[in-house]
Design a protein around this ligand. Structure first.
Ligand SMILES: [Zn+2]
Ligand SMILES: [Zn+2]
Length: 342
C-alpha cells in the first residue's frame, strides 16, 4: 500500500507517486498531427493506407486515416476508438477521434482532433495501366488457323475471370489491352507471372499446345537485362463431339479435360482414354457441326438400315448394343463407307 503524493489518498498502485485520478488530471493520452494527408487515386478511386491501396467510402477512409494517425502516450494502451468526421469542403474534413485507453488497469478516455486533407494522385497500378505498361503477351491461336468467335469469347472469358480473381490479392495484375489479330487474339498483361499462370490454365482446360519465348527489350537502370515474354497458346483444332483420328482409328471425341481425353472408336464403339501427352496425336476428321443425318429405315439387332444422305441408297450400319435409335442418326463417311456416330 502506498499513498498519492498529491492528494494523500491511499492507493494500491501509483504512477510517478500519484494515484490514478491525480495522474490523469489534465493529462493528454492521445495526440494527432495538425493535419493528415490522405491520397486518393483519381483513376480507380482507391485510398492509400501505408503501402496498400484500398477501396473505401470516402468518410470511412477519412475516419480511418485520422484514427491511424493517433499516437498514444507510453503509459497508456489503446483499447478502442470512435471517430467523427465533418466535411468542410469536398477535400477537407475535420475529424475527432475519441480513444479509450487503459492505464494501470483503469480505462480512461481522451479526444484528439485533426484536419484530413484529400490529395489527388494516381496509384502505381493505374499509372502503369494508363501508360499501357506490359510485361507479357498471351497469344491465343488455334491449330485450324483461325480462332472462331466462340473460341475467342470462351478463352477471353476465362482469361478475364482468372485475372479478376488473381487481382483480388495482387492489384498489380491487370490486362493492359486485348487485340484481335489475324489468326487469333493477343492479350497484353501487366506481369510475366500472370502470363505464365494463364498459359497453364488455358493449356490445361483445352489440352492446348503452349510455348514461351522471351525477348530482350532493354536494360534496367542498374544494368539488368529486361525481358518481355510472349506466351503462345495454340488451341487444338478438335472439340468434343467431333470425329477425329487417333492412332489410326476414327473415333468420336467425347471428353477433353486437363488430364487428357476420351474417345469412342467408331469401328467397335469401345471407349478409350487418351493420355494428356498423346492428345497432340489427335487429328480432326470431321467437325460435329458438319456431320450428316441419315434417315432410319429399319432396325435389326445391332444393325440399322438408313438412307445414305448423299445418294439415298439403303445402307446397313453397325450400332452399339442398347443404342437409342430415333428417326434419324448422325453418320460420317470414311473411305466411302458410312459409319454411325454415337
Ligand atoms: Zn491523488
Ligand atoms: Zn488507381
Amino acid at each position: 500500500m502506498s499513498f498519492c503524493v498529491k492528494c494523500g489518498k491511499d492507493c494500491e498502485e501509483s504512477l510517478d507517486g500519484l494515484c490514478i485520478d491525480c495522474w490523469l488530471d489534465g493529462r493528454k493520452l492521445t495526440s494527432l498531427p495538425h493535419h493528415v494527408d490522405l491520397k486518393v487515386c483519381t483513376n480507380c478511386g482507391e485510398f492509400e493506407f501505408g503501402d496498400r491501396w484500398l477501396r473505401r467510402d470516402i468518410v470511412v477512409a477519412v475516419q480511418d486515416a485520422a484514427a491511424n494517425a493517433v499516437s498514444v502516450i507510453r503509459d497508456a494502451d489503446l483499447v478502442s476508438q470512435s471517430t467523427f468526421a465533418e466535411e468542410q469542403d469536398p477535400y477537407v474534413f475535420a475529424v475527432t477521434v475519441r480513444s479509450t485507453c487503459s492505464v494501470m488497469g483503469y480505462e480512461a478516455e481522451d479526444e484528439a482532433s485533426t484536419i484530413v486533407r484529400i490529395k489527388n494522385t494516381v496509384c502505381r497500378r493505374c499509372s502503369r495501366q494508363l501508360g499501357s505498361y506490359y510485361e507479357s503477351i498471351l497469344q491465343i491461336r488455334t491449330g485450324s488457323g483461325k480462332l472462331s468467335p466462340e473460341e475467342r469469347e470462351e478463352t477471353l472469358a476465362m482469361v478475364e475471370n482468372s485475372v479478376a480473381r488473381q487481382a483480388q490479392t495482387n492489384r498489380q495484375l491487370f490486362i493492359t489491352k486485348m487485340e484481335i489479330v489475324t489468326g487469333g487474339v493477343d492479350v497484353y498483361l501487366s506481369s510475366m507471372s500472370l502470363g505464365k499462370s494463364l498459359t497453364r490454365e488455358l493449356g490445361d482446360a483445352f489440352c492446348a499446345d503452349t510455348k514461351e519465348s522471351p525477348k530482350l527489350v532493354g536494360q534496367t537502370a542498374d544494368g539488368q537485362d529486361m525481358y518481355r515474354i510472349t506466351y503462345l497458346v495454340r488451341l487444338p483444332e478438335y472439340h468434343v463431339g467431333d470425329v477425329v483420328v487417333f492412332q489410326g482409328h476414327h473415333c468420336k471425341l467425347v471428353r477433353v479435360s486437363s488430364g487428357g481425353g476420351r474417345v469412342i472408336d467408331l469401328g467397335d464403339f469401345r471407349e478409350r482414354a487418351v493420355r494428356r501427352a498423346d492428345m497432340t496425336e489427335i487429328k480432326l476428321y470431321e467437325k460435329a457441326s458438319d456431320l450428316k443425318e441419315a434417315t432410319v429405315v429399319s432396325r435389326s439387332g445391332s444393325e440399322i438400315q438408313v438412307l445414305h444422305p448423299d445418294n439415298y441408297s439403303t445402307v446397313d450400319l453397325r450400332v452399339p448394343e442398347g443404342a437409342e435409335i430415333g428417326d434419324s442418326v448422325r453418320v460420317v463417311s470414311i473411305d466411302d463407307a458410312l459409319y454411325y456416330v454415337p
